[in-house]
Design a protein around this ligand. Structure first.
Ligand SMILES: *Cc1c(COP(=O)(O)O)cnc(C)c1O
Length: 352
């Protein structure tokens, strides 16, 4: 606490990011990074962009990136907004579109950045409990609200709702923005992007961090009809005109265009996920049905905090959230098969 702080700063509850230690030999399964990294074409494009042009400001509108994203989804580039990681796109979304008199609704168990943004921007919000199976129930959102935000698949459960449920939600709330955070959609979920054309209240947010292996480059985007995107642009241009630097723009475009690399490595991760889920169940874990690049699992006779600490002693990092309803779960990012096998071997030792 400091007397120099603006009053708001005293009441913030900052997001706590997963650790990024630099210990060598660590099996790092705690922040849902992609174990295969990014497309070599993206790396080449970043090298190629690394020259004297760095003295110039980058394109403030990220035009080329918005174009390639728009073409893939048969949209207009003006229906795409790009930002410095989807966290920044989300922050602008909360600021520009989700702050109304009635509360913003989101699940009680979800991405913990949402309540952080609400505190930052003074947004009235209400958490809607997941059901006993840790599922989002669309019917529970039928109540007065200013807007709705949901990750699909949800985090940290990994559970996806079918697109028909998302469409029902959008139809039931024609006067509210429904924002769908699709950070993990590429790992077997169904994207709501095709619904954007028909629904003026839908905003879909995606990231290059997880399925495209570019968490370090910080690139995310949103798609929606023009009035929603214009609101994001107004906030962005009141905050930072150049959120994406030259290297990020070059790398993101090349990564987006390397569809073969993307699909091949995404499929490897999905296959490893299914294999790891089976092996964890054989060790007695309850594992939620994941459509993401992580598993959410608990053991019936061990506390989540103890298991996470014992894995840490063996140089394996997973994420543990000390929050109500989920304190005995571990969120385990899908690594390579070698990393998954190290995790399984460690669990076998710990559990015997
Ligand atoms: C990882 C994640 C993000 C943020 O990703 P960026 O790296 O900022 O693009 C957004 N939403 C959810 C649910 C996530 O798990």
């Amino acid at each position: 606490m400091s007397r120099f702080w603006s009053p708001l700063v005293h009441s913030l509850t900052p997001y706590v990011a997963g650790e990024q230690p630099t210990i060598s030999g660590l099996v790092k399964l705690n922040t849902n990074e992609n174990p295969y990294g990014t497309s070599p074409r993206a790396l080449a494009a970043i090298s190629e962009a690394t020259d004297d042009r760095l003295r110039l400001y980058p394109d403030p509108t990220a035009r080329r990136l918005r174009e390639v994203i728009a073409v893939r989804h048969d949209l207009d580039p003006d229906q795409v907004f790009a930002g410095n990681g989807s966290d920044e796109v989300l922050a602008h979304t909360f600021h520009a579109l989700l702050n109304h008199e009635e509360p913003l609704l989101f699940p009680d168990i979800t991405y913990s950045f949402y309540s952080t943004y609400c505190h930052l921007y003074g947004i009235n919000f209400r958490r809607i409990p997941l059901d006993q199976n840790m599922q989002v129930r669309i019917e529970d959102y039928l109540q007065p609200s200013g807007a709705i935000i949901l990750p699909n698949p949800n985090a940290p459960t990994g559970i996806a709702r079918p697109l028909s449920d998302i469409e029902t939600l959008i139809r039931q709330h024609p006067d509210q923005v429904v924002a769908i955070d699709e950070a993990y959609v590429d790992f077997s979920g169904e994207s709501a992007i095709p619904l954007v054309k028909e629904h003026p209240n839908l905003l879909v947010i995606q990231t290059f961090s997880k399925s495209r292996g570019l968490a370090g480059l910080r690139v995310g985007f949103a798609v929606g009809q023009r009035p929603l995107i214009e609101a994001l642009e107004r906030v962005k241009d009141s905050f930072n005109s150049y959120p994406l630097d030259r290297l990020a723009l070059a790398g993101a475009v090349a990564s987006w265009e390397d569809e073969d690399w993307f699909q091949h490595h995404r499929d490897l991760i999905v296959a490893s996920r299914e294999r790891l889920a089976i092996a964890l169940r054989a060790l007695g874990f309850g594992v939620l049905q994941s459509s993401a690049n992580f598993l959410f699992a608990r053991h019936p006779s061990r506390s989540g905090a103890d298991l996470a600490a014992q894995l840490r002693d063996k140089a394996i990092l997973v994420r543990h959230f000390p929050a109500e309803r989920i304190e005995d779960y571990l969120r385990i990012s899908i690594g390579t098969d070698v990393e998954c096998d190290k995790l399984l071997a460690a669990f076998k030792q710990i559990l015997t």
